[in-house]
Design a protein around this ligand. Sequence first.
Ligand SMILES: [Zn+2]
Length: 246
Amino acid sequence: MSATAEVLRELHILHQRAKSIRDRLASAPRTLNARQNALAARQADLEKARKALQDAKLALKKNEHTLQAQQTKIDDLKVKLNQVKKNEEYRALQNQIAHDKLAMGKVEDEILKGYETIEAQAAAVAAVEAEVQGFAKELAALEADIDAQAVGQKAQLGELEASIVSAETSIPADDRERYSRTVRQFGADALATCEAGACLGCFTAVTPQMVNHLIVGDMLVFCKSCGRLLYLGEEEAKPTVKKARK
Ligand SMILES: [Zn+2]
């Protein structure tokens, strides 16, 4: 098998198809990773919302205890009030009770506000919980999908790589090293079409002598500007007598 334009074109296509599969295989885990990070961020938000709810419940409990203590104190003062005999002591106690009742009113207001806060925070927790749950489910489905696709893609890639190795047998032994180097440098774009006397890899004109070699097919032609392995465009290769591929 010699390196005809047809063989090289086919080799170029095989390289490009293999690259596109490799790209897809590489990008899927990145997509998944980004989604996993987004989920982790929402889970952290959920933990924060849960903590805020817990804190609000604790604050409410504390206020309820305070209120109870204030009530007990007022009850005690009322007992004392019935026992004092001196007028000024009676008045002092009355003032104390009035003062304590005011303080109680403030705590009661805080308790009411606390209930409202708890209600709002509980609703927020439930909303984020539902979101995280849906998100996790979606992510599991995406992961399964990616895994399933990867199996087929890896098999396809294996076939393409085998076809590339087979097509590469047409590269003359003397050019193998240069070809490998070009593939390492350019990847799937190590080959380029030569059309209208120009390399389509770098859009630089090639010499008439190079075009002649491409037409005759007596040697491999590498672009002097970019180094890509050249082959004639399909239209331009037509008039030449094609050599048998095998
Ligand atoms: Zn070039």
